[in-house]
Write a protein that binds this ligand. Structure first.
Ligand SMILES: [Zn+2]
Length: 153
């Protein structure tokens, strides 16, 4: 179990490490602030996409938050050049945090087979480019800024 600068901790689970709330959060609260640690030369299984041609690696605990097709946090671009993780719903102490990797990745390679167990699980992630309308409708403002303006490119 690893403590962090935020009100979350990192624990080992049957599916690898996960990030868990150490207090209750209300919908809309910023739970974790992610900061970039380095620019990745190209997309990797651990990079996070910031622009069409910019992939970064982010710090812990942000980088350890697992994917879910029905997540309890959403992402928002922050001033550090990465993403904040914001409660999409009220979250109880002890709950695992998750976000939807297709809200940042134009093409997704990190979760070929999803095991999030959500009733609406998409089975495997392919990326925002494969379902832009679905992702935009589901998450509203909580998608990467560069994906909001794609049509204008
Ligand atoms: Zn899933």
């Amino acid at each position: 179990m690893i403590k962090t600068d935020f009100d979350v901790l990192v624990k080992d689970t049957h599916k690898g490490r996960g990030v868990f709330a150490t207090r209750n959060f209300q919908k809309g609260e910023v739970i974790v602030v992610g900061k970039p640690v380095k620019v990745a030369p190209e997309r990797t299984r651990h990079s996070v996409q910031m622009k069409m041609n910019l992939h970064v690696e982010i710090d812990a605990p942000a980088k350890l938050i697992n994917h879910s097709c029905n997540p309890n946090t959403g992402i928002k671009n922050n001033s550090f050049g990465a993403y904040d993780f914001i409660a999409l719903v009220d979250i109880a102490e002890g709950e695992e945090l998750s976000w939807d990797y297709e809200t940042t990745e134009y093409i997704s390679i990190s979760v070929p087979q999803c095991s999030c167990n959500a009733p609406n699980c998409r089975g495997g992630l392919r990326g925002f480019s494969f379902r832009p309308i679905e992702i935009k409708n589901k998450y509203g403002e909580f998608i990467a800024d560069y994906l909001k303006t794609l049509e204008e490119r």
